[in-house]
Design a protein around this ligand. Structure first.
Ligand code: CU
Length: 117
């Protein structure tokens, strides 16, 4: 019985916003997840393929020191982060069109990419 009472109380606040909950827009599509471990082999081949029009949660993990590659830049998302060894950072970005989404080291000389389809 006590649980029921607690539930009712919890519902009190929630039910009051019932109309808002019903009217709320659909939740955004779950982001696509891509993990890039640094230092990486910066090659011309895209590290992953993602879909356009759907957010991507792009996580960079600095496994060991990568020199200037400790800093990562995702120009399209206007995002830049310097990682410490063992640290992760995620940028969520929605590519709007197909093509290549690039990222680079802080000096922009080591470049990686994702293929957007
Ligand atoms: Cu560099």
């Amino acid at each position: 019985m006590k649980i029921l009472v607690t539930s009712a109380l919890a519902c009190g606040a929630l039910c009051a916003t019932g109309a808002t909950l019903i009217a709320a827009p659909k939740p955004a599509k779950a982001p696509q997840k891509v993990l890039i471990t640094l230092p990486m082999d910066y090659k011309e081949k895209p590290a992953a393929t993602i879909k356009a029009g759907q957010p991507v949660a792009l996580t960079f993990f600095l496994k060991s020191e990568a020199g200037c590659g400790d800093t990562i830049v995702v120009p399209a998302a206007k995002w830049k982060k310097t990682l410490k060894v063992g640290e992760k950072a995620t940028v969520v970005y929605t590519p709007t069109k197909s093509g290549i989404l690039t990222f680079a080291c802080g000096m922009d000389h080591m470049k990686g990419s994702l293929l957007v389809k």
